[in-house]
Design a binder for this molecule. Structure first.
Ligand code: 13P
Length: 256
């Protein structure tokens, strides 16, 4: 599928930011401007405790709701965890899994990420799977091997119909929260490498259809150049998604 036929997706990962009232305010501020944009899908991923309120704040608009993490079980004795069944019941459409902060700070490995991904999909959620290399890995030429390994580790054996409920976010660890985004050429090249891994796992047709975002210090200033690259299908946005005008500007840069 030619790149222009993949609808870009821009998701705001609010991480552990916003109180309930701040979350409602931010969602309300982006709702109308985002509703006027065509050719881009926008998603808000607030903290768990604000999901229901953000859902209500964007109800009736095309803005989608996403969570930042989930457990792999539907319910049970897992103190402090949130299940995919709960997220689906809240009208979440998306859940992020395998974010580098969860891999690095909470010890999540590819096997766990793969379990979460399958569980989320089994409850009807679409998954945003994050992959990305750290600086040492990039500088020693291991980028494609690292991101390819993460993709294979989580996606190997995925059934054909499940690929339609998947987005991959390429987020180089060294670009997250640093103000130092990958160049558009670097992002395009690595996303191309990820797409070749997907082609190997699932075939050319699925690989051509799969949306692969870039994430890491995306701002209104660099968004348009990133989105002009043929492999890049939108963005996963951290810091800039906490400012309504900036998130709207990034979504606008991806719109037709
Ligand atoms: P920043 O946009 O703050 O660099 O964060 C990117 C990110 O981790 C999104 O998931």
């Amino acid at each position: 599928m030619p790149a222009q036929e993949r609808r870009p997706i821009v998701a705001g990962n609010w991480k552990m930011n916003t109180t309930l009232s701040e979350a409602i305010q931010l969602a309300s501020d982006v709702r109308e401007p985002l509703a006027t944009l065509a050719g881009v899908e926008s998603v808000l991923c607030p903290p768990f405790i604000s999901l229901a309120a953000v859902r209500d704040a964007v109800a009736g608009s095309p803005v989608a709701l996403g969570a930042q993490n989930c457990h792999f079980e539907a319910k049970g004795a897992f103190t402090g965890e949130v299940s995919p069944a709960m997220l689906a019941d809240l009208s979440c459409q998306y859940v992020i899994v395998g974010h580098s902060e969860r891999r690095a700070l909470f010890g999540e490995d590819d096997a766990l990420v793969g379990r979460k991904l399958r569980a989320a999909q089994a409850h009807g959620l679409s998954v945003i799977l994050c992959v990305g290399e750290n600086l040492e890995q990039r500088e020693s030429g291991q980028t494609d091997a690292v991101v390819g390994g993460q993709a294979r580790g989580a996606l190997e054996g995925l059934e054909a119909s499940a690929w339609d409920r998947l987005v991959i976010a390429y987020e180089p660890v060294w670009a997250i929260g640093t103000g130092r985004a990958a160049t558009s050429a670097q992002a395009n090249e690595t996303i191309g490498a990820i797409r070749r891994v997907v082609a190997d796992l699932a075939g050319e047709e699925i690989a051509g259809r799969l949306r692969i975002q870039y994430g890491g210090s995306v701002t209104p200033a660099n968004a348009a150049e990133l989105f002009a690259q043929p492999e890049i299908d939108g963005a996963l946005v951290g810091g800039a998604s906490l400012k309504a005008v900036d998130f709207v500007a990034i979504c606008r840069a991806a719109a037709t």
